[in-house]
Design a protein around this ligand. Sequence first.
Ligand SMILES: [Zn+2]
Length: 223
Amino acid sequence: MPAIPSTKPYRIGRSKTGLGLFATKPIKKGTKIVRYFGPLLDSKKAEDDAIENKYLFELDKRWTIDGSVRENVARYINHSCKPNAESDVKPRKKKIIIRAIKDIEPGEEINYDYGTDYFKAYLKPIGCKCEACERKRAKKKAEARAERTKVKAKDERKAKKTTEKPVKANAKQRAKAKMDAESTARGKAKSRRPVSTVGKRVKSKSAAKSAAAKRPTSRAKAA
Ligand SMILES: [Zn+2]
């Protein structure tokens, strides 16, 4: 039995977060990729309103599509903060079409933005694993690593300086100690001075005496 070639430009495959939808053919920007479909839930009906799963897609305040059914291949499309597709919601027709917003190459994963509500409820608590967020995280990590290296280098420079400083400080301390010692010696000399002044006075008295003794000579000279 010959295999019927798939006309669909996608396949279900392994992605980082589990399963995902991948392009198998080039998909031109603006073209419809797949319809997001499932039973229509009426929020006015209590039984419909009670249904809760990750595949609910709100059309408007009243109507929601329950995309958790197996046949809804579009449920495999993962969220991206920088997607290559969008969900084109047509509330009046009660239809959701996933459409390419960029040219998509074969092998590329198809993504669309799930919207703020879904992001806040399901993705933010666990951290968005989309390529854009992973790249942002990798960049932040690299920056943090670079910053740590910078800080480490700075610390090492600082540590080197502080090991050099004590030597300088010791030199300064030694110089100060020397100066202190000298000034103390001078201080001691000063305090000793009164004692020596006595001698000096005596000396000067004798000098005066000798000067007086010399005076007659000079007087004699003058006379
Ligand atoms: Zn993201």
